[in-house]
Write a protein that binds this ligand. Structure first.
Ligand code: NAP
Length: 471
C-alpha cells in the first residue's frame, strides 16, 4: 500500500468482516477497527492475500489517522445506541468532509435524525441498507442507500463495485434523502418475512396435510425453483428440507424447534404501514405468526384442550400445482402491498423513491431475490404508482393463480392448518377486486353512534345523516 486509504470499516462482526474483505477484494484499500481490539488481529490474520490491502488498527484515534482525508467510514455495528455512541466517539478525530456511512439495519427514523444532525453540523452522513446476509456481504450484497447525493456520489463507485451484479447492472442505488435507504431496506425485510412465512405455510400443508417427507418436500421446492417461483428463498427451502442432522441422521427440519426469532425490521414495517394507512396484511400476518410461534407452551396446552388442529388433506382437494399457484399469487399480492407502501411513503416523506430501481436493486444479492423481480421492475417502469397486481403481466398471473390460492386457503381452513399470510394475501386480492365493498355498514354504524356523517351513492356532497336520531 503506497499511501493511506480513504476508506475505513468499523465493526468486524459477521457482516463487517465480510464487507471489509469484499471492499478489499474489489481493489479498495481500507483501515479496519473493532470495539474488541483482539478481533482486529484475528480478522487480519485470516484475511489471506487481502491482508495487504487492509490496515489493522486498535483504537479510534489510530483508525482515523490510518486514513487519508476525505475519509469514508463504514459502520457495521448493531442498530441503535451503538451507532450513536460510535459516531460520538469518532467525531473528535474527524475532519469536516469526512463521511460516516451507517451500513447496519438502522430504523429509518434514526437515520433521518442522524442525517438532519449531520447536515446541521456541516458533517456528511449516509444510511445504507445492506441485504444478503454474510454471503452477500462477502461476495455481493444488495445496497439501498439514502442521504446526501454528494456523499453518495463520492462512494458510489465503491458501493457499486462491492454490490451484487444483475446482468451487468450493480444492485446498489441511492433511494433518496435522509432515511430513505433504510426505509427501503425495512420494507425489503418485511417482504422477506411474508415470503418466508408463506413458504412455511405451504411446507406445513405438505408435511401435515399431504403427509410428505422432508425429502419429498425438498424435491417439490427444487422443481418449483425451475419455474415462476424461482428465488433464493425457494432454493434454500429445498436445501434445508433435504439436509440431515449429522448427529441423529434425522431430517434437520424434524429436529429444529418450531419457534422463530426476529430482530424487529418486520415489526417496524407493519407499524410503519399502519401509520401510512397503506396495508401490508401479508407482512402483518407473518410478524404475528412469528410471535405466536414463540408461544410453544401455550400452543401445547391448546392442542391438549382442543385436539391437534392440522388434519390430512386429500390430494384431490389440493394438488401440488395448487400449492405452487398459491405461493405465486400470495407472493404477488405481498409485493403489491410492499410497493404500494413504498409509493405512499415516497409521497408522504417527499422522497421521490425510484420504485423501478428498488425492484432492480432487489434482483440479485438480497434475500428476496427472485426471477419475478425483473418483471416487477418492468411493470413499475411502465407505471410506478399502479397496484402491481393490476400491471398486465401480473394481472394475468393473478388471474391464472388466484384459484389455487383460494383452494389452498379454503382447504387449509377446513383441515385446521393455520395459513395466516396466504389467507391475508387472498383477502387483500379479493378486497382489491371488489368495487362495492361493505364499509357502507361501517359508515352507517359510525353515523348511528357518533353522528360522523356519510357520503351517498346517489348524491354529491358529504355529511349526510341517517334516520336513526343521535344514537
Ligand atoms: P455481529 O456479528 O453481532 O457484530 C456486531 C459488531 O458490532 C461487532 O464488531 C461488535 O464488536 C460491534 N459492536 C457491538 N456492540 C457495539 C457497541 N456498543 N459499540 C461498538 N461496537 C459494537 O452483528 P452483524 O450480524 O455483523 O450485524 C451488524 C449490523 O448489520 C446490524 O445492524 C445488523 O442488523 C445488520 N445486518 C445483519 C445481517 C445479517 O445477516 N447478520 C444482514 C443485514 C444487516 P465486538 O467484537 O466488540 O463485539
Amino acid at each position: 500500500m503506497d499511501s493511506k486509504p480513504n476508506y475505513g470499516l468499523y465493526g468486524l462482526g459477521t457482516m463487517g468482516a465480510a464487507l471489509a474483505l469484499n471492499i478489499a477484494e474489489k481493489g479498495y484499500d481500507l483501515a479496519v477497527c473493532n470495539r474488541t481490539a483482539s478481533v482486529v488481529d484475528e480478522f487480519h490474520a485470516s484475511s489471506g492475500d487481502l491482508a495487504t490491502r487492509i490496515v489493522p488498527t486498535h483504537d479510534l484515534a489510530a483508525f482515523v489517522s490510518a486514513m487519508a482525508a476525505p475519509r469514508n467510514i463504514v459502520l457495521m455495528v448493531p442498530a441503535g445506541d451503538a451507532v450513536d455512541k460510535t459516531m460520538e466517539q469518532l467525531r473528535p478525530f474527524l475532519d469536516a468532509d469526512d463521511l460516516i456511512i451507517d451500513a447496519g439495519n438502522a430504523n429509518f427514523g434514526d437515520t433521518n435524525r442522524r442525517g438532519d444532525a449531520a447536515q446541521a453540523a456541516g458533517e456528511m452522513f449516509l444510511g445504507i441498507g445492506v441485504s444478503g446476509g454474510e454471503e452477500g456481504a462477502r461476495h455481493g450484497p444488495s445496497i439501498m442507500g439514502g442521504g446526501n447525493r454528494v456523499a453518495w456520489n463520492r462512494v458510489s463507485d465503491m458501493l457499486e463495485a462491492i454490490a451484487a451484479d444483475y446482468e451487468g447492472t450493480p444492485c446498489a442505488a441511492c433511494m433518496g434523502e435522509g432515511g430513505s435507504g433504510h426505509y427501503v431496506k425495512m420494507v425489503h425485510n418485511g417482504i422477506e418475512y411474508a415470503d418466508m412465512q408463506m413458504i412455511a405455510e405451504v411446507y406445513g400443508i405438505m408435511r401435515d396435510g399431504l403427509a410428505m417427507t422432508p425429502l419429498e418436500i425438498s424435491k417439490v421446492f427444487s422443481q418449483w425453483n425451475e419455474g415462476r417461483l424461482q428465488s433464493y428463498l425457494i432454493e434454500i427451502s429445498a436445501s434445508v428440507a433435504e439436509a440431515t442432522d449429522p448427529e441423529t441422521g434425522k431430517a434437520m427440519l424434524d429436529i429444529i424447534t418450531d419457534s422463530a426469532g426476529q430482530k424487529g425490521t418486520g415489526r417496524w414495517t407493519a407499524i410503519e404501514a399502519l401509520m401510512r394507512a397503506s396495508p401490508v396484511t401479508a407482512i402483518d400476518a407473518a410478524v404475528a405468526a412469528r410471535n405466536l410461534s414463540s408461544r410453544r407452551d401455550e400452543r401445547k396446552a391448546g392442542e391438549e384442550l382442543f385436539g391437534a388442529a392440522p388434519q390430512a388433506i386429500d390430494r384431490g382437494a389440493v394438488a401440488l400445482e395448487a400449492l405452487e399457484a398459491a405461493l405465486l399469487a400470495g407472493k404477488i399480492a405481498c409485493y403489491a402491498q410492499g410497493f404500494a407502501m413504498l409509493s405512499t411513503a415516497s409521497d408522504d416523506y417527499g422522497w421521490s423513491l425510484p420504485l423501478p430501481d428498488i425492484a432492480k436493486v432487489w434482483r440479485a444479492g438480497c434475500i428476496i431475490r427472485s426471477s419475478l423481480l425483473d418483471d416487477m421492475a418492468q411493470a413499475l417502469d411502465d407505471d410506478a404508482h399502479r397496484n402491481l397486481m393490476f400491471a398486465p403481466s401480473f394481472a394475468q398471473m393473478m388471474k391464472d393463480s388466484h384459484k389455487g390460492l383460494r383452494k389452498v386457503v379454503a382447504q387449509a381452513a377446513l383441515a385446521g392448518h393455520a395459513a395466516p399470510a396466504l389467507s391475508a394475501a387472498l383477502s387483500y386480492f379479493d378486497a382489491m377486486r371488489t368495487a362495492r365493498g361493505t364499509a357502507n355498514m361501517i359508515q352507517a354504524q359510525r353515523d348511528f353512534f357518533g353522528a360522523h356523517g356519510f357520503e351517498r351513492l346517489d348524491r354529491e356532497g358529504q355529511g349526510f345523516h341517517g334516520p336513526w336520531g343521535t344514537g
